[in-house]
Design a protein around this ligand. Structure first.
Ligand code: F6R
Length: 234
């Protein structure tokens, strides 16, 4: 794994943008995208640039089950607001958490990923080493699936909702095998609260207890983090 340590998230967003822009210049057609606080500076750089995304496809990692597209907590809404409204793609896929048949939606998403191999996959990382909603214990062989959210995740996410009862109980999430099939991976992490996860991901044993540790086996991963997130690396 290659690591780029930046001063802060702003500089990290610029570095990530350079990698994406270079990849697109060299033929990347399908981008795997993420939500959360981490990728926002990358998306700001994309919007501010003259990068043309109108011929590209994007495939997002995950979406809550049961939140409509116009719910401000849905990942559809997040992506529209932070990227697609200002930088449209040819096709932008986010799992449909409102599908009547969630298993059919899961199958559709796996087919979509198989038909549009991801050239560059963007990832954030959870404090417990999760990638997407793949929590500790998820099989490294997993494909897109419905995930029951852990009580910890429900509590952590409740800050975004009026009450904890409104937090969805499950999500549709790309599996670890889908993520590992991407040609190139860029993982961003900022802040001291990510330092343990970054250390375990890069220096710890490869174990399903730390989902991101599987990235040690991927041939092309760039980690972009600030000094705080890198502070526990030896
Ligand atoms: C987002 C996602 C999550 C986040 C992770 C970090 O689509 O799949 O795995 O990347 O929880 O979240 P932030 O960036 O908010 O710290």
């Amino acid at each position: 794994m290659k690591i780029i340590i930046t001063k802060d998230q702003t500089e990290g967003g610029k570095k990530a943008f350079e990698i994406f822009a270079d990849g697109i210049k060299h033929g990347a057609k399908t981008l795997g995208l993420a939500t959360g606080s981490t990728p926002i500076t990358l998306y700001e750089n994309m919007i501010a640039s003259d990068l043309d995304c109108s011929a590209l496809t994007s495939i997002n990692l995950d979406e809550y089950v049961g939140l409509s597209f116009d719910n401000p907590q849905s990942y559809h809404y997040f992506m529209q607001k932070h990227l697609f409204d200002k930088k449209p793609f040819k096709h932008s896929y986010v799992p449909n958490g409102m599908a009547d048949d969630i298993q059919a939606e899961v199958d559709r998403y796996n087919k979509l990923i198989a038909e549009n191999p991801i050239d560059i996959q963007l990832l954030g990382i959870g404090r417990n080493g999760h990638i997407a909603f793949n929590e500790p214990g998820t099989s490294f062989d997993s494909l897109t699936h419905e995930v029951k959210l852990t009580q910890n995740t429900i509590e952590a996410n409740s800050r975004f909702f009026d009450s904890i009862d409104e937090v969805p109980k499950s999500a549709i999430c790309m599996g670890i095998k889908n993520i590992m099939a991407s040609k190139k991976i860029v993982l961003m992490a900022f802040g001291e609260q990510k330092a343990d996860a970054i250390k375990k991901m890069m220096e710890g044993p490869i174990t399903e207890e730390v989902p991101a540790s599987i990235l040690q086996k991927h041939p092309d991963v760039t980690v972009i983090c600030d000094q705080a997130a890198a502070s526990k690396l030896s």
